[in-house]
Design a binder for this molecule. Structure first.
Ligand code: ATP
Ligand code: MG
Length: 237
């Protein structure tokens, strides 16, 4: 189930288990996220994939097991978690959300601007030194800049969430079922982004409820370790 070259390891978990309200959700999860590689978890609806990612992202406490970070990596700053159902403040406008990504991840560059830039700055790369136009154009959000988030379709909300990957480099990406809601253009863009991330030495943990959904979306030559949410005996790993 795992391949671990300690030099390449970014993150690993060992024998992780989670119980909620007296019910075992998952157990015996042991995996390693290595630099330049993908761990793909494919399993049924309700098998615990989202809860596992929440545990790794630090949003939920495991009932037991170990989380190991490569030396120098911090769970908060060095991990980017894109939720299966991204939650935003729905009355916020798209450009306000994009600005929040910048403030969260590029505080020093934003401080130079003092206040949020006008919408025109998101369309004109010369207006700031922030990656505003890249953020808007990459996932095709330019048409929606002044839309309130509650008006976006589910797939567009997913695209908006994925923009965070562009603004904030982090070695570890946790992507929860990212392809399920994306159209072909969105998938191609995400594939390209993953390719670049792996080339730069990043690692990815990605989930899906069907292998077919993932196979078309993953970069062609990526090194992928396929797994699921079952418990494997120690000797089989
Ligand atoms: N807060 C909670 N309290 C108790 N049980 C929960 C809670 N959240 C989820 N569950 C249960 O835990 C199980 C795993 O849920 P999870 O959302 O992780 O599944 P999943 O593998 O991500 O499914 P899907 O493919 O549909 O996204 C489900 O049976 C779900 O009902
Ligand atoms: Mg899920």
């Amino acid at each position: 189930m795992t391949s671990s070259n300690p030099k390449e390891m970014l993150f690993a978990c060992h024998n992780l288990w989670l119980e909620l309200n007296g019910e075992q959700i998952f157990a015996g999860i042991t995996l390693t996220i290595n630099a330049g590689k993908i761990v793909a978890i494919v399993d049924n609806n309700g098998s615990g994939k989202t809860l596992l990612l929440e545990v790794i992202a630090g949003k939920r406490k495991a009932s037991g097991g170990r989380l190991l970070w490569a030396e120098g990596l911090r769970p908060r700053g060095d991990l980017r978690y894109i939720s299966q159902c991204p939650r935003f403040f729905f009355w916020r406008k798209v450009h306000q959300q994009l600005w929040r990504f910048c403030v969260r991840h590029l505080p020093e560059m934003c401080a130079e601007l003092k206040s949020a830039p006008p919408i025109s700055a998101f369309l004109n790369p010369a207006m700031t030194n922030l990656p505003l136009t890249a953020m808007v154009n990459f996932f095709g959000m330019s048409r929606y800049l002044s839309s309130r988030i509650y008006r976006l379709s589910t797939g567009l909300k997913k695209r908006l969430a994925l923009v965070e990957l562009l603004v904030a480099p982090a070695p570890i990406w946790l992507l929860d079922d990212p392809f399920a809601l994306l159209d072909e253009h969105g998938r191609e863009q995400l594939k390209w982004l993953m390719e670049a991330h792996l080339r730069n030495g990043g690692g990815i943990l990605i989930t899906a409820h069907s292998r077919g959904l993932l196979e078309g979306g993953l970069p062609k030559d990526a090194c992928v370790e396929w797994t699921d949410m079952r418990i494997y005996p120690e000797e089989a790993r």
